[in-house]
Write a protein that binds this ligand. Structure first.
Ligand code: SAH
Length: 340
């Protein structure tokens, strides 16, 4: 049965109209789901019995099961069980500016980035919209605090699950939904060019981050198989199109991998590559894992790389590290059953 948390407000309106009900009940329903947070249709006391029956017979209102929570200072990792028994993880980070959640978009991932632990399990399926929405809604409730920021940077390639992702944005952004401001939402892609082009027309001001991780095709080919499909030139052409359409500043993520992409020469090449773009570069200290051979760049070289970018007038930041102890750091999320 379709889960009610899959539907945007417009979809609920259309559903009601085509079932001889009134459009305005959609907003009431949204309020019950996202503001009053009821767990059954029967509690929606301003809807008629007929409408409640219609909803009951056609939608489930089930939530996910939280099977584990691990805490490490300002970070918590939540393990959810889905209705088909699969598991996904989401990470809560407490910042001084608010609570942020890193959401997963797929069970497994097919992008095969060599350095990424999360991608060692092939994609099993896309997450449905409700499975993304409920990661936020449920953590908000468990925490008893509002979530103000969302990054789609957990397990999966969000642009390989585009339609569900877009519905997810519409629901969490809606003032009567989770009311998370679009500028507080960021989606990260490894560079699925056709979807970057499509995303250029998406009206909400959601931020785009691109996992670049290399200043040229030669290095990128070695660590990111997607680069064989969409070369850097094609990726940048799409990003320029995106920028011209949206005027939104891009973020490039760049993991610092020892002796792979962290030389001074790489920094200069990177500066040259992005010099015409309105962008930030976010340097990410690599989180080493037991299963993968890559090593992290030492701090001295990291700072040198940073300085070279700065001297070339590139906006650059170094990502603050979070959650290493509970395997909640970037690229370390894996569903529990897969831990080898
Ligand atoms: N598929 C999307 C989103 C998920 S990954 C993407 O590729 O952008 C989120 C970020 O974590 C990506 O930039 C990814 O390259 C990075 N990452 C993966 N493994 C990592 C690791 N071990 N240490 C640090 N960052 C990692």
């Amino acid at each position: 049965m379709n889960n009610i948390f899959n539907l945007t407000l417009e979809e609920i309106e259309d559903y009601l109209i085509s079932n001889n009900s009134k459009k305005f009940h959609a907003l009431q329903l949204f309020e019950w789901l996202y503001i009053k947070r009821v767990e059954s249709f029967s509690e929606m006391s301003n809807l008629s019995h007929d409408l409640i029956d219609l909803l009951k017979n056609n939608f489930s209102i089930d939530r996910l099961k939280v099977v584990d929570v691990q805490d490490d200072k300002d970070v918590s990792k939540y393990l959810f069980e889905l209705h088909d028994g699969e598991h996904i993880e989401a990470v809560l980070m407490k910042h001084d500016y608010g609570n942020s959640i890193c959401v997963s978009s797929q069970v497994g991932c097919n992008m095969g980035c060599k350095f990424c632990e999360s991608g060692r399990r092939k994609k099993v399926r896309n997450l449905e919209t409700y499975e993304m929405v409920l990661q936020i809604l449920m953590i908000e409730e468990l925490l008893g605090e509002r979530i103000s920021h969302v990054v789609v940077m957990g397990i999966g390639e969000p642009f390989d699950n585009y339609d569900n992702l877009i519905k997810f944005f519409k629901i969490i952004n809606h003032p009567k939904g989770l009311a998370i401001g679009s500028r507080h939402i960021t989606v990260s892609t490894c560079g699925v060019v056709p979807k970057i082009l499509e995303f250029s027309d998406f009206p909400l001001q959601v931020n785009l981050a691109v996992s670049l991780h290399a200043p040229n095709n030669e290095i990128r080919d070695k660590i990111m198989p997607i680069n064989k499909v969409y070369r850097i030139e094609e990726l940048f052409k799409a990003l320029k199109y995106y920028y011209n359409k949206t005027n939104r500043r891009l973020t490039f993520e760049y993991i610092m991998l020892k002796d792979i992409n962290d030389s001074d020469e790489c920094a200069r090449e990177l500066a040259n590559l992005v010099k015409d773009m309105n962008c930030y570069i976010n340097l990410i200290p690599y989180n080493e894992t037991n299963n993968i051979d890559f090593k992290r760049t030492n701090t001295i070289q990291l700072m040198k790389f940073y300085d070279i970018l700065k001297m070339n007038n590139i906006n650059v930041t170094i990502r603050r590290e979070f959650g290493g102890k509970i395997s909640a750091a970037c690229g370390q999320l894996r569903s529990k059953k897969e831990e080898l």
